[in-house]
Write a protein that binds this ligand. Sequence first.
Ligand code: 3VV
Length: 221
Amino acid sequence: MDFRFEDIGPAEVKRRISAVEPLTESVRDLVDAVIRTEVDDTALDDARRQIDDIVARLRTEEKPGGFGVPFTRDLVGMPWGNAATGVRNAIAPPLRPVTHAGVSTAEVTLGAAYEGPGGHVHGGVLALLLDQLVGECASSGTSMPHFTGTLTVRYVRPTKLGQVSLRAEVTGTQDRKAFVSGEIHDSEGVTAEVEAIMIRPKEFAGRDEVMAAIAEATARD
Ligand SMILES: CCCCCCCC/C=C\CCCCCCCC(=O)SCCNC(=O)CCNC(=O)[C@H](O)C(C)(C)COP(=O)(O)OP(=O)(O)OC[C@H]1O[C@@H](n2cnc3c(N)ncnc32)[C@H](O)[C@@H]1OP(=O)(O)O
């Protein structure tokens, strides 16, 4: 796994986020509008033309591949393309987990773009959000970055589109493994439960200091 560093501090991170995040929000709104619009075919075609124009302008300068996860000089990660949390990713709902005393929580609104069964959230989207949350929980809660080894989701009942809350907690550790339990609930109670085995990859061994600093910066962020 490659580490890429950028010699920037918090003010520059803030500036970059505030420059791009409104665009991400507009694109998120666009995705929702395309799903729900009832305008006629001519209006749809006109919209497509204008959007193709904008895409061509954005592509005049672009990175190859994904955005990656560059780190600042203070070891704050910038996972801005992340599918669940990315500030540049309109597909991300976005999830904004907060970890305090080993417990990670988040609230998120899942609209039309996250539909599976009619009026309800797609199970894969719930798994995505839980995967991210248990990842951040294991990493911040144990002060070491962990990857998901096994993720088991039990869908208790359908989750209505709308606002949901997520919670995860490290329940134990064993060598390089951390065990995390969590859940998603809506206003009527729990809709999905998760059990995860999170693993600190062998390849991180011997880099404990930098890994701990990354986990600490992630928790603080
Ligand atoms: C630029 C670098 C940045 C890094 C730092 C970032 C820090 C930021 C902080 C916080 C951000 C949090 C971001 C969360 C993101 C969301 C979470 C994800 O989506 S993660 C992606 C999905 N997951 C994968 O892609 C894993 C793919 N699999 C692997 O990489 C390996 O298989 C891995 C690491 C899971 C295990 O590989 P081994 O070589 O280290 O482990 P072995 O030595 O074989 O096993 C160790 C122990 O673990 C068990 N184990 C191995 N694999 C297991 C598995 N899949 N499930 C359960 N147990 C497993 C084994 O049985 C063994 O247990 P026994 O010691 O014998 O008791």
